[in-house]
Design a protein around this ligand. Structure first.
Ligand SMILES: Cc1cc2nc3c(=O)[nH]c(=O)nc-3n(C[C@H](O)[C@H](O)[C@H](O)COP(=O)(O)O)c2cc1C
Ligand code: SF4
Ligand code: SF4
Length: 320
């Protein structure tokens, strides 16, 4: 049977096609603004929660949290599924972070935001990490705020931090190395400096009782999200299975899979349910997840980093 999400995507596709001639590129498709104002206030408690698959969004989230803590704020922080929803709705500032996947935030982050209780005028902020300059990152970050405003959050900030892309479908096993080599291995110290500055900005906005208005604009990338790019990309993916001989049964892929699509008893992947997030192949330490894209074998992010001798520098806050 067709899932509700697939049905909505198809409906959106038909709707988008019908309105295409009427929407000029660059026009505002949604304005994200507060339903209520906020009083200037000192932040005593904050929550910084994120979804992160390969660690970039997590590292930025931890630096945000540590920067708030330095100013005496008590911070709840962690992965979205590990943090108590009620507790994070009772703080003085809620920040949610996500990677950009297929020009938007992952659907399960949207679902998570929808599952939050009423935020009753809590100041809210968003950040995304993204792998390419044309990744539709502003609109993706707007998607976080849109959901939070529907929950009666009051938007105070939005930021995007560029990283090395973890999009495994680009990592061909046959490639000797990446070319051209990236100039910087992002996130780097400059990224973390910007993350700290963002924390300070948010703190000051809430202290002054400022709110912000953000606009999602129509871009070709945004338009493509109406077509469910992951579902179309999946048409080119083959042999997505677990290699029994290599698998050590550690369970990491199962833990990372947002759709429960991996069965380690049969070493199979339910490719109908799979949303092509690459969580399995990107996190398996044993190269036991098999995937082909356009008939070429691909490798995961960890193997890609190793193969190209790419090493991240940790921010000072996270060095032990
Ligand atoms: C399935 C998938 C889709 C992605 N799609 C995009 C995209 O549309 N635009 C972009 O700029 N980066 C894209 N990326 C790159 C990630 O946004 C980027 O590497 C991010 O920092 C990963 O965050 P994480 O390490 O916290 O998981 C994608 C990565 C994956 C795995
Ligand atoms: S992460 Fe890799 S080794 Fe671990 S259970 Fe999954 S496929 Fe097997
Ligand atoms: S099986 Fe699909 S949805 Fe699950 S982690 Fe792998 S790519 Fe993501």
């Amino acid at each position: 049977m067709e899932s509700r999400r697939t049905f909505l995507k198809k409906s959106a596709l038909i709707g988008a096609a019908a309105t295409l001639p009427a929407i000029p590129s660059g026009c505002t498709i949604s304005t994200i603004e507060a339903n209520t104002s906020i009083e200037p206030r000192k932040i005593n408690t904050a929550a910084v929660v994120w979804y992160s698959q390969t660690g970039n969004t997590q590292k930025c989230g931890k630096v945000l949290a540590k920067t708030f803590e330095k100013t005496g704020i008590t911070v709840i922080n962690g992965e979205v599924r590990d943090v108590d929803r009620i507790k994070i709705s009772e703080v003085d500032l809620l920040v949610i972070g996500a990677p950009v996947f297929y020009y938007d935030i992952p659907d399960f982050v949207k679902d998570y935001i929808q599952s939050l209780p009423d935020l009753k005028g809590t100041p809210v902020a968003a950040y995304v990490t993204f792998g390419g300059p044309e990744g539709n990152q502003h609109n993706a970050a707007c998607s976080i705020l849109e959901g939070l405003v529907q929950k009666q959050g009051v938007p105070v900030g939005l930021k995007a931090f560029m990283t090395i892309s973890s999009y495994a479908l680009n990592f061909k096993a046959s490639d000797k190395e990446i070319s051209p080599k990236p100039k910087a291995i992002l996130p780097d110290q400059n990224t973390y400096k910007n993350v700290r500055a963002y924390a300070e900005f948010l703190n000051s906005e809430v202290e002054q009782g400022h709110t912000s208005v953000f606009k999602k604009t129509l871009t070709s990338r945004e338009f493509s999200t109406y077509f469910g790019p992951e579902w179309w990309t999946k048409l080119l993916v083959g042999n997505h299975t677990i290699i029994e001989e290599k698998c050590v049964g550690c369970g990491t892929c199962v833990e990372k899979c947002p759709t429960d699509s991996i069965d380690l008893d049969t070493f199979t992947v339910n490719t109908d349910n799979c949303v092509l997030c690459c969580g399995c192949i990107n996190n398996c330490e044993y190269q036991a997840v098999n995937m082909e894209y356009s008939k070429e074998k691909i490798i995961g992010f960890k193997e890609f980093l190793k193969k190209n001798n790419l090493k991240f520098e940790l921010p000072v806050e996270l060095r032990t």
